[in-house]
Design a protein around this ligand. Structure first.
Ligand code: GLU
Length: 416
């Protein structure tokens, strides 16, 4: 990676630019520049072979002016406090962009879940939950799924928290299994948000989504669900990559067949309906839609000028470095920024939390219809703000979020 900018630096750079354009007062700006609370915990875990390992976990709460903090727990060997701080701040902006009553949080554990047994993962998750017990809660801070965690992880968090509390508190986490308070439609929610963003963006260009070409970087939950839903909407996937490599087929890749292949091979590499390609080239292909859905900092100063996609829909958090923004803008690439494009996940998490609180569960069609309503509304608001401030959609999204967060902060005032 050429850029030395960390994820948190990248967040602060955008916040600074948006605050200046918006004319945000200094006191509010200073508060938002750093997270409210960062907690580091040590997690002793009894391993299957009898050894004890001590893992490091984090929980960061960036801002709670609009409601309890919300954000996923990430299990990955590359987790850093800086990345979790950035994630917490992004969730402050994301929840404000889609206008759900949450603040921003994020958690993580430095570990490689692919090398841990189910028993080890369970003990690690339960110890982490016990350590952050006082921080989380349906009205405090509500964790959810993220890279390396899933519905089972959330079920363990729910159980540990509820055991300590001596009551069932299923609103403490989202992304739970359906049948344990999880919401229908949560698994595909982030991908569905990407689909809605892609459709709205194409409409802005006066083009239908059906027949559009697209390339996807990453084939985890967000990448694969986005690919499937775009494919089902009639768009044509011409390339896709994961950690192991990339494949292309200009005539179109059958996404359903690829998902089957991926379930067995654990990679897109080796899929028979496509040719291998250089993963770095995928980002530079001439397609209608490019969906970076892997990690942060992949479109940088070094390659931004060569991006030929008409639209970039940011499925991942932070895929574009701050220096790349003006380059994409001057080349006429329409970027649907992460804090809008991937906010479908946190939106359905909000629906899940609402259903837990009222104890009444919605049909999948209701979840999906409400998601369309929230996302299209947010999309229109972001682009109206972008036009009003004559800026790019990312800064437009930040200004929209800043307006909502700072208003809540002004109402509450500073407790000093
Ligand atoms: N994984 C997403 C994030 O942290 C969504 C988490 C949630 O649903 O709370 O940004």
């Amino acid at each position: 990676m050429l850029s030395q900018t960390t994820a948190f630096d990248a967040m602060q750079a955008r916040l600074r630019a948006a605050a200046e354009l918006f004319g945000l007062e200094d006191a509010v700006f200073k508060v938002l520049l750093t997270p409210n609370r960062c907690v580091i915990v040590s997690l002793p875990v009894h391993m299957d072979d009898g050894r004890w390992e001590v893992f490091t976990g984090f929980r960061v709460q960036h801002n709670m002016a609009r409601g309890p903090s919300k954000g996923g727990i990430r299990y990955d060997p590359g987790v850093t406090l800086d990345e979790i701080k950035a994630g917490a701040a992004w969730n402050t902006w994301k929840t404000a962009v889609v206008d759900v009553p949450f603040g921003g949080g994020k958690g993580g554990i430095i570990c490689d879940p692919s090398t841990l047994s189910m028993g080890e993962l369970e003990r690690l998750t339960r110890r982490y939950t016990a350590e952050v017990m006082d921080l989380i809660g349906p009205d405090r801070d509500v964790p959810g799924i993220d890279m390396g965690t899933n519905a089972q992880t959330m079920a363990w968090v729910l159980d540990t928290y509820s055991m300590h509390l001596r009551e069932t508190a299923n609103g403490v986490v989202t992304g739970k299994p359906v049948g344990l308070g999880g919401s229908l439609g949560r698994t595909e929610a982030t991908g569905r948000g990407v689909l809605i963003s892609a459709r709205e963006a194409m409409q802005r260009l006066g083009k239908p989504l059906a027949g559009a070409t697209f390339a996807v970087q990453g084939f985890g939950n967000v990448g694969s669900q986005s690919a499937r839903l775009l494919h089902e909407a009639g768009a044509r996937m011409v390339a896709v990559s994961d950690r192991r490599g990339a494949i292309r087929n200009d005539r179109g890749i059958d996404v359903h067949a690829l998902i089957k292949h991926h379930q067995e091979a654990r990679t897109v590499v080796g899929f028979k309906g496509a040719e291998p390609m250089d993963p770095a080239e995928l980002l530079l292909m001439s397609v209608d839609l490019l969906v970076p859905a892997a990690t942060d900092n992949v479109i940088t100063e070094a390659n931004a000028a060569k991006v030929r996609a008409k639209v970039v829909v940011e499925g991942a958090n932070g895929p574009t470095a701050p220096e790349a923004d003006p380059i994409l803008l001057s080349n006429g690439v329409l970027v649907v920024p992460d804090i809008l494009a991937n906010a479908g996940g946190v939106t359905v998490s909000y629906f899940e939390w609402v259903q837990n609180r009222i104890g009444f569960y919605w049909r999948e069609r209701e979840v999906n219809e409400r998601l369309v309503e929230y996302m299209t509304h947010a999309f229109a608001a972001v682009f109206a703000t972008t036009d009003k401030y004559k800026t790019n959609p990312r800064i437009g999204a930040y200004i929209l979020a800043l307006g909502r967060v700072s208003q809540a902060m002004r109402y509450r005032g500073f407790y000093a």
